[in-house]
Design a protein around this ligand. Structure first.
Ligand code: SPM
Length: 332
């Protein structure tokens, strides 16, 4: 394989033609060139964020391709992971393993504080985090601020079991910039803020910077919690170090790193930064809430597939190489 082949396969930022439902993967004219030319008929996730490697999925059918004001959006039917949502060439979720991410990013923070009532989701336009927040009967109000309406619309059409979160009557959707939304938020008004972002290249870049964390901390009540997507210990220790350093300076309560397995994310794992503001102490490693399986306000919601109390506690156990770096930045 030449460098030229790889570059061609990685050209996922180029404008894409919107395809009709059912256009298939063998039609090279209809934009299918965005699918990998490294392995024909497969999607390869190639990025400068994980140089020298590319996880690939066999494509059965491309269901949607479009370009929003912010990014390229694609949905395809894979041979082994169900439907796949891709933004700017990077897999955001697959039907088969999305539970491992959405359940953990939501229940790690919400099971760690007593009676969360008001929750803000930044990003998360697919609705999966909303679906998970909806499992908490103490919650009275859920705001979500997603910048890209195309992600919301495409998710409602192609991922109804994920976007089902929007059906919860406690949800208020704000389409707009999460950074601006948080700046304008009332001080001390949220019990929890969940930042379900894409990677720090593209529209989500600001969500990894210190001023953003300062806005989050300001919007939280004393002893309120944030959980944010915090990349992979195998690929991004430098990014993680920066996040931990910033969070340690901003959040005066607990600062902990947890992780989960997501087979279709690069390196197969992804982490979360969990922080609390000064106030009632939060022990993230020992969950205090059970999820009430009987009381979902959305009737057809699927049962939990991944999260349980044991995996909650285990998520904070770090391999030694990561522990050394993370704990030198954050001692808890
Ligand atoms: N609600 C699901 C949205 C997913 N948001 C996170 C996506 C991260 C994708 N990149 C993973 C790269 C790991 N280093």
């Amino acid at each position: 394989m030449t460098d030229q082949n790889v570059t061609a396969a990685a050209a996922t930022n180029s404008p894409m033609k919107k395809l009709k439902e059912g256009d298939d993967n063998n039609n090279a004219v209809n934009g299918v060139k965005s699918i990998s030319s490294v392995i024909p008929g497969w999607f390869s996730e190639i990025s400068t964020m994980w140089p020298g490697e590319a996880h690939s999925l066999k494509v059965e059918k491309i269901l949607f391709q479009g370009k929003s004001d912010y990014q390229d959006v694609m949905v395809f039917q894979s041979a082994t992971y169900g439907k796949v949502l891709v933004l700017d060439g990077v897999i955001q979720l697959t039907e088969r393993d999305e539970c491992a991410y959405q359940e953990m990013i939501t229940h790690l923070p919400l099971c760690s504080i007593p009676n969360p009532k008001k929750v803000l989701v930044i990003g998360g336009g697919d609705g999966g985090v909303l679906r998970e927040v909806a499992r908490h009967s103490s919650v009275e109000h859920i705001d979500i601020c997603e910048i890209d309406k195309m992600v919301i619309d495409v998710s409602k059409e192609h991922f109804p079991d994920v976007a089902i979160g929007y059906k919860d009557p406690r949800v208020t959707l704000h389409v707009g910039d999460g950074v601006a939304f948080l700046k304008a938020a009332q001080e001390g008004s949220y019990d929890a803020v969940i930042v379900d972002s894409s990677d720090p290249i593209g529209p989500a870049e600001e969500l990894f910077k210190k001023p953003f964390f300062e806005s989050v901390a300001k919007a939280l009540r004393p002893g309120g919690v944030m959980c944010t997507q915090a990349e992979s210990i195998w690929l991004h220790m430098n990014i993680i170090e920066g996040i931990v350093e910033n969070c340690r300076e901003v959040f005066k309560g607990s600062v902990n790193y947890a992780w989960t397995t997501v087979p279709t994310y690069p390196s197969g794992v992804i982490g979360f930064m969990l922080c609390s503001t000064e106030g009632p102490e939060v022990d993230f490693k020992n969950p205090i809430n059970q999820i009430d399986v009987q009381e979902n306000q959305i009737k057809s919601i699927v049962p939990l597939k991944f999260y349980n109390q044991e995996i909650h506690a285990a998520a904070f156990c770090l391999p030694s190489f990561a522990k050394r770096v993370i704990e030198s930045k954050a001692e808890n």
